[in-house]
Design a protein around this ligand. Structure first.
Ligand code: NIG
Ligand code: FE
Length: 415
């Protein structure tokens, strides 16, 4: 099947360098082409060029972009979008002055979601999650990583991961699955954290690997959650079973999580609201992608990660939504790139690269996704005509995304 998109006002995010990620000053280079066309064939980008050289073609289908821009789909490399119900009661607790850690210590937070998930059938969980998947697709996301971590027992972690597998099989976007058994210590193991870590290593991880349910392993390595030593143990076991690490680190404190992630070859270390120069140094020259989740900092009223310091030090950074019921009940990647500019002083070009190329890298998918490159999967969206790329981040509430294409096919609610 061939689809020709013509009259594109600006084709955004062209990448012909063969790079798998963009670092430091490269992040501010967002290549574009004015008055363009793009041809998708069999779900991949076949070619693009300027409208002056656009032949009538033998395309089966012609799409008129009417002067709007074409962007590569967002890649959201960190979400927890499989969850049961919602947690607006804690939203009220927060308004009344409790911190995220205080809520967690009182047995709320992640444990609250784990109780709800336990009572919810796999079918119902899938139904709720698919509602969120459709929502993020409409908002421009074409690749997503989804974590377990609200099960906290072998049975319920597997239930979550099976739901993620079903989403992967039925939804038109690309999905990566991460096992996050070490998200919190299960209620049944209160006061017995070491035994819970044994359960994660000796029972959960082997069961997950046996069924081939996860691509990555994650640990919430932070103050009040899992220690650096426990994290190392879980990551080593995951590696043995073929799961690469992507971890939660330095959200609540300078936890040593960044160094632990780098030491264990993590593909990404995520959150990083608490960073010092040593953490930046540890990341320099590594394969690990620091991933910033400004939606969580916004929702919880935390400090934002020092994105400028990281980019100045030559690091690449990725952006993701952290879509989850406790710290970021939104998967809106446009909001994420706007927050990156407003609160972390990332340029719109840096933010778009961080939310496409670098976030694809943070899922191990940048060979096939994250830019307008011949041969990559034809996941992109069309916008209304805009005066500039910067306008997309600036007019952050205007509904500018008009049409979404995944694997070269237009996405509609019937897709
Ligand atoms: O990424 N930090 C740990 N986990 C999630 C929050 C999960 C929750 O509160 O339900 C996060 O922010
Ligand atoms: Fe998270």
């Amino acid at each position: 099947m061939r689809t020709l998109v013509k009259n594109i006002g600006k084709l955004v995010g062209i990448q012909l360098s063969g790079r798998q990620r963009l670092c430091g000053a490269e992040m501010n280079r967002l290549e574009t082409l004015d008055n363009a066309w793009l041809l998708a064939e069999d779900g991949r980008i076949a070619a693009f060029g300027r409208m002056d050289d656009c032949g009538s073609g033998v395309a089966a289908r012609v799409v008129d972009a009417e002067g709007g821009m074409l962007f590569p789909s967002f890649c959201d490399s960190h979400t927890h979008l499989v969850y049961a119900g919602s947690r607006e009661q804690e939203f009220l607790d927060k308004i009344n002055g409790l911190s995220y850690e205080e809520i967690a210590r009182r047995g709320g937070g992640i444990l609250n979601s784990a109780d709800l998930l336990h009572e919810t059938s796999e079918e119902e969980l899938y139904r709720q999650a698919m509602g969120r998947v459709r929502e993020i697709i409409r908002m421009g996301t074409g690749c997503v990583e989804i974590k377990s971590g609200y099960g906290l027992s072998t049975e319920d972690e597997l239930k979550m991961l099976r739901v993620i597998r079903r989403i992967r099989e039925t939804a038109p976007l690309a999905v990566r699955a991460t096992f996050l058994g070490a998200h919190a210590v299960a209620r049944a193991y209160a006061g017995r954290q070491a035994e819970y870590v044994d359960l994660v290593c000796d029972e959960m991880l082997p069961a997950v690997a046996r069924e081939g349910l996860a691509d990555f392993v994650d640990v919430f390595c932070d103050a009040g959650f899992f220690t650096v030593g426990e994290t190392a143990r879980i990551l080593k076991k995951g590696r043995k079973l073929g799961l690469r690490a992507k971890i939660h680190a330095n959200e609540l404190a300078v936890s040593g999580g960044v160094q632990a992630g780098v030491a264990h070859g993590a593909l990404s270390v995520d959150h990083l609201e608490s960073m010092g120069p040593r953490e930046i140094e540890a990341l320099a020259g590594s394969e690990t992608m620091p991933t910033l989740l400004p939606g969580a900092a916004f929702f919880l009223g935390m400090n934002y990660p020092p994105a400028r310091d990281m980019i100045r030090a030559g690091l690449g950074v990725a952006l993701a939504s952290d879509y989850n019921p406790g710290s970021s009940p939104s998967g809106n990647m446009r909001m994420v790139i706007s927050l990156a500019s407003i609160r972390m002083r990332m340029t719109p070009a840096e933010a778009v690269n961080a939310a496409t190329m670098n976030s694809a890298y943070a899922m191990g998918l940048s060979r096939d996704y994250g830019s307008i490159t011949p041969g990559k999967v034809a996941n992109f969206f069309l916008t209304a005509p805009m005066p500039s790329v910067e306008f997309f981040s600036y007019a952050y509430q205007t509904p500018l995304i008009r049409r979404v294409f995944l694997r070269g096919e237009e996405y509609t609610e019937q897709s």
